[in-house]
Write a protein that binds this ligand. Structure first.
Ligand SMILES: Nc1c(N[C@@H]2O[C@H](COP(=O)(O)O)[C@@H](O)[C@H]2O)[nH]c(=O)[nH]c1=O
Length: 150
């Protein structure tokens, strides 16, 4: 059995898989400093608010802006958030070949966002979470494996 591969902090092993890792993505005709900036900005439909998130100086500040409920969340957020994340993560790995190679080097290892602060995107710390970010990474890995198979 391939051992589980857990990641979370940018500074730790496989921190490149975190949305906070400093890999810009180009999407919707704009450059986003991290996939987190893109993801958080999509919570809002107002282009001015999106732009404020895009220009946040760190991914943590982008996440704070995205999580600030003084700004109204778009009404359909719950139904679109997984596809938004998929789009951000796929762009990140397609646009940085070093990252694509790192992802492919994990072969068939289960990828787990290991954190007790998030049981939707992460594993909830005890494995009870949905690990949606890990699942999306594994889906992107499958796409890249299929495309690059000789
Ligand atoms: N890595 C990481 C976090 N986790 C990330 O937060 C995002 C989900 O945000 P939300 O849906 O607003 O709760 C998603 O990218 C998830 O991977 N949160 C943090 O505060 N610090 C961090 O280092």
């Amino acid at each position: 059995m391939t051992p589980l591969l857990r990641f979370y902090s940018v500074q730790d092993a496989y921190g490149e898989f975190s949305n906070f890792a400093p890999y810009p993505v180009f999407l919707d005709k704009k450059r986003w400093p991290t996939s987190e900036h893109y993801f958080q900005a999509q919570k809002f439909l107002d282009p001015k608010v999106q732009e404020r998130v895009r220009c946040a100086s760190t991914p943590l500040l982008a996440a704070r802006l995205g999580r600030d409920r003084r700004q109204k969340l778009r009404a359909d957020w719950e139904s679109v958030k997984v596809s938004v994340m998929r789009r951000a993560v796929e762009a990140k790995f397609r646009q940085h070949d070093d990252l694509a190679k790192l992802l492919l080097s994990t072969a068939d290892a289960p990828l787990i966002e290991h954190t007790d602060t998030d049981s939707f995107w992460g594993d909830g710390g005890d494995g009870s979470g949905k690990n949606m970010l890990g699942r999306i990474l594994m889906d992107v890995r499958t796409i890249l494996q299929t495309e690059r198979r000789p």
